[in-house]
Design a protein around this ligand. Structure first.
Ligand code: NAG
Ligand code: NAG
Ligand code: NAG
Length: 139
């Protein structure tokens, strides 16, 4: 189990506008859609959050047993929509396309004291083991 904190990259005009609203409204909503980066240089893009809170995106990790094999991998998740302070909890699964491993993340989208959006997450990584006797070391 690991911890990851992802910060919003203010790359596009749309994200910049979100950043400006953050300073105006204490009830600013933390929006998952966008480009995120963690402190190890992994990147995540949430393409779209659908009406009922499901979302799709991709994860480009900077860490792997064999970094030369890394490929951007798809993710699918859900966020809550009813949180009254606009800082929703969420979870998603990453389907690593360059290995037979799967990761799950859960966390919360916060607007921090500087008005910046930040994702505080915990994750589990599951690799494939050959037999159930090896299960103990797979996660
Ligand atoms: C993450 O994005 C940055 C900035 O675009 C890029 O320099 C870096 O190589 C990316 N890292 C990964 C693991 O894709
Ligand atoms: C999940 O990853 C596997 C490769 O490990 C790939 O064949 C499959 O198409 C991926 N599924 C989706 C929905 O991207
Ligand atoms: C699983 O079996 C394959 C084929 O025998 C082997 O190459 C691989 O190293 C094994 N994986 C683990 C985690 O022991």
């Amino acid at each position: 189990m690991g911890q990851a904190t992802l910060f919003l990259l203010v790359l596009s005009l749309a994200l910049g506008v979100h950043g400006l609203s953050a300073q105006k409204s204490p009830l600013f909503q933390c929006i998952l859609a966008g480009d995120w980066q963690n402190d190890l240089g992994s990147n995540m893009t949430i393409y779209h959050v659908y009406e009922k809170g499901s979302f799709v995106g991709s994860y480009s990790t900077s860490v792997a047993d064999d970094p030369s094999k890394i490929q951007t991998s798809p993710l699918l998740g859900f966020q809550h929509l009813t949180d009254p302070i606009g800082q929703p909890t969420f979870g998603f699964t990453v389907n690593w396309t360059f290995s037979e491993a799967t990761s799950v993340f859960t966390g919360q989208c916060f607007v921090d004291e500087n008005g910046e959006e930040v994702l505080k997450t915990m994750w589990l990584f599951r690799r494939k083991e050959n037999t159930s006797l090896d299960n103990w070391k797979g996660t």
